[in-house]
Design a protein around this ligand. Structure first.
Ligand code: GDP
Ligand code: MG
Length: 395
């Protein structure tokens, strides 16, 4: 994969936030030849990408997606990567989770690729999580809470138990397997160019692709992302005192980290998780306070943002999904210790204008989920293996 080196970088305390980089060629060819050493460009060989991908776990959150689309997503994930599917699909008269299990298991018979699959609301987790030292995902009904963030953190705990060096996320509603494949290559390419054990790479969709009339229409990013990025950059400016537009991936569902970093940041429930990761890193590692893990600041935490070539075509949600998502996203910035009254007021107004908040109504806090560093993740895996009905571990 041939890819631009970042042209721009914001250095904030222990963070290096790189400006968006573009993929130049999906397959960059052999490194030898006239192109070698072009300034500002790197070519990561197929072999290097594959090496990194064999050290990667890919977590796929699922909720009532079309099983054919899910199978397409799996087909795009490189064979060597270990897949963890965390599903919150409904199990009523029609047991959607059972359909997913059949689909994935049938696919496994044909491809023999290692995977884990679990239902987010599995009752075994009600005991397993507190016993392992992480009760925070459990809700009032005694089961793991509904929510994308909760599913992703559960996936991270299992990835920690598996112990591979890198961990990434891929949404299960992506219609283009080639895009999925490119995202994982991008994760690997960014890891190969980084200089720290603490790395995050976030996919920056250049467009949201829609079908309008008889044609595709490429709209510059999603509505929620544009707005969240604006306020995330203003939050960053509260630290640096210089406004910038460097952050372009506040809502990136597709992102990856070293496991070492994944263990050292906090998360949030529902759709707050992706922007909250950034908020957490700004609060913890930008130098405004003494971080809990000083090694991260010493070695620096690198955040890459990469623009892929494939269009992003995913499931269209209902219209009310948008204001809810916006509220979950902006609440992470609104309730940040870095936000001041002026920023809070602007966020409130934005939410009111967008119909996501009534005047006078308060903005709920994101459901914060603590770091997973000291959790006995292997215990969770063992308890699931021994007594769960929804759990599959195929090696
Ligand atoms: N495990 C799990 N996955 C979820 C949940 N809610 C949504 N997802 C999945 O998360 C991904 C992103 O959700 P989506 O509604 O498409 O949000 P958007 O793409 O950010 O607008 C999809 O793959 C969903 O199937 C949940 O409660 N639990
Ligand atoms: Mg989606």
């Amino acid at each position: 994969m041939r890819i631009e080196m970042p042209k721009y970088m914001e250095r904030v305390g222990g963070l290096r936030i790189f400006g968006v980089q573009k993929v130049l060629e999906l397959t960059g060819g052999k490194s030898e030849g006239p192109n070698i050493g072009l300034p500002g460009i790197v070519n990561v060989s197929r072999g290097d990408l594959e090496d990194l991908e064999s050290k990667m776990t890919i977590i796929v959150p699922v909720k009532n997606e079309n099983p054919k689309v899910l199978e397409g997503v799996l087909s795009g994930i490189p064979h060597e990567s270990f897949v963890i599917i965390v599903s919150n699909s409904t199990r009523n008269t029609i047991d959607h989770y059972r359909v997913e299990m059949d689909t994935v298991f049938h696919y496994y018979r044909l491809t023999r690729r290692p995977f884990i699959m679990v239902h987010q609301r599995d009752p075994v987790l009600s005991d397993a999580l507190p016993e392992a030292g992480y009760p925070y995902l459990i809700g009032n009904d005694g089961l793991v809470r509904n929510g994308k963030g909760e599913g992703m953190v559960l996936g991270l705990l299992l990835a920690k138990a598996i112990g591979r060096e890198y961990v990434g996320f891929i949404d299960s509603d992506n219609y283009i397997p080639g895009a999925v494949n490119e995202y994982v290559d991008i994760y690997a390419a960014a890891f190969s160019m980084a200089n720290s054990p603490y790395i995050m790479v976030r996919i920056c969709w250049p467009y949201k692709t829609k079908f309008v009339g008889k044609r595709f229409y490429f709209r510059r990013r999603g509505r929620v992302s544009e707005i969240t990025n604006k306020y995330m950059n203003l939050l960053l400016a509260r630290v640096t005192r210089f406004e910038s537009g460097v952050i372009k991936t506040s809502n990136a569902g597709e992102h990856a980290m070293t496991l070492k970093l994944a263990e050292r940041i906090g998360y949030a429930g529902g759709f707050s998780i992706e922007p909250y990761e950034l908020v957490y890193m700004l609060e913890e590692y930008s130098g405004v306070k003494k971080p809990r893990f000083t090694d991260v600041v010493k070695k620096t935490l690198e955040i890459y943002q990469v623009e892929p070539r494939n269009p992003h075509i995913h499931e269209e949600r209902s219209e009310e999904h948008i204001p809810n998502m916006l509220k979950s996203s902006l609440s992470t910035i609104y309730h940040s210790m870095l936000a001041d009254d002026e920023l809070r007021k602007r966020i409130e107004n934005e939410l009111i204008i967008r119909g996501a908040l009534k005047p006078g109504e308060s903005i709920p806090e994101p459901r914060r989920l603590p770091i997973i560093k000291n959790v006995d993740a292997v215990k969770i895996l063992k308890l699931l293996e021994s007594s769960s009905e929804s759990f599959i571990y195929a090696e």
